[in-house]
Design a protein around this ligand. Structure first.
Ligand code: SAM
Ligand code: SF4
Length: 321
């Protein structure tokens, strides 16, 4: 379907849990007031949402969280989602800590891609950002995915004070066929009190090392990243720079929080309570009809430049990024 501004909407992020095994400084440094379990949607309920979404032309799904791999049953859920008629792709965003032992099962479930969040390339830097000594586990997860030919990307948030991480993290794209994408800090949750590095500064660091870095007009997924290539790199460098270069004009996505709120835009708190509809036992048609109404109203653009207008009060871990 298209929204009121004519943008085709074909991508949905499903945040299947608000729990996480890390405490990233910019996301949930103190943990969260986790929602009571009965408020978190069951996998059956997520599948009902996906069935309704497919009837609206939404065929690409991203599984996120919290940390999706801490929820029991995530991999079988992914297999069932992937097998739904009309679903084209299912991808996963994970911090990678629990990934290595699950990579084979994810491949068997038909996963179309895995994004691993990694904001530091050395053990101390990683521990300082995440509160956990798990860099080796994350790298094992990355290598397990590569060995299984799972399309793998690395996502790094551009944090002030971590500029020295930018080049070593980008170096993963030199050694491996992975895209390394740099994300500007968004003023959501703990991100609103986190100081970040803008894309232009990060790019300057990389261009000093790889002067032939140049934009390529490639779609390498379903998101807003812009990509650059260098002869020295096997993967691409990607930029997800919502703050300095808004990409709302081509936004194709909606989000479902773990408690079943359909969020048309990351920036605003408003959404449609799908859990109430699901538990009132609305059928797929009724659900799709309500979803279509909310998606049609998707706001024209985010308001990260006018912080007082950001009405979203959830943490990113509750929304799913
Ligand atoms: N736990 C999983 C992970 O870290 O990939 C999935 C959930 S996490 C909320 C999804 C993505 O959002 C991660 O790449 C994370 O780095 C990013 N993220 C969290 N807070 C952010 C913020 N304030 N600005 C930009 N990205 C953020
Ligand atoms: Fe957890 Fe992901 Fe948030 Fe880090 S960014 S605290 S891994 S949800």
């Amino acid at each position: 379907m298209t929204d009121q501004y004519g943008r085709p909407i074909d991508y949905m992020r499903l945040s299947i849990t608000d729990r996480c095994n890390l405490r990233c400084t910019y996301c949930m440094p103190q943990g969260i007031q986790a929602a009571p379990r009965q408020e978190i949607l069951s996998f059956e309920e997520f599948l009902r949402i996906a069935r309704a979404a497919v009837t609206l032309g939404i065929t690409h799904f991203k599984i996120t969280g919290g940390e999706p791999l801490v929820r029991k049953g995530t991999v079988p859920f992914i297999a069932r989602l992937k097998a739904l008629p009309g679903v084209e792709t299912v991808t996963l965003t994970t911090n990678g800590v629990l990934l290595a032992p699950l990579a084979r099962q994810l491949a068997d479930a038909g996963i179309d891609g895995v994004n691993i969040s990694l904001d530091a390339a050395d053990r101390d830097g990683y521990r300082a950002i995440t509160g956990c000594d798990a860099l080796e586990d994350v790298l094992a997860g990355l290598h397990a995915c590569l060995a299984l030919n799972i399309r793998t990307k690395v996502n790094c948030v551009l944090l002030s004070g971590s500029e020295t991480q930018i080049l070593p993290l980008a170096g993963l794209a030199r050694r491996h066929p992975v895209d390394v994408r740099f994300i500007e800090v968004m003023p959501i949750g703990a991100g609103s009190s986190t100081s970040g590095v803008l894309q232009a500064r990060a790019r300057a660091i990389l261009a000093r090392e790889w002067p032939d870095l140049h934009p390529v007009n490639e779609h390498r997924g379903f998101g807003p990243a812009r990509y650059e290539a260098s002869r020295a790199l096997r993967g691409r460098i990607g930029w997800i720079d919502a703050v300095s270069h808004g990409f709302c004009k081509s936004c194709n996505r909606v989000r479902i929080t773990s408690t079943g709120l359909l969020k048309p835009c990351l920036c605003y708190g408003e959404g449609l309570d799908l859990r109430a509809l699901l538990r009132a036992d609305g059928d797929t048609r009724a659900l799709a009809c309500a979803m279509a109404g909310a998606i049609f109203q998707k706001p024209q653009a985010h308001c990260f430049a006018r912080l007082q207008q950001v009405s979203e009060r959830h943490l990113m871990a509750q929304i799913g990024g």
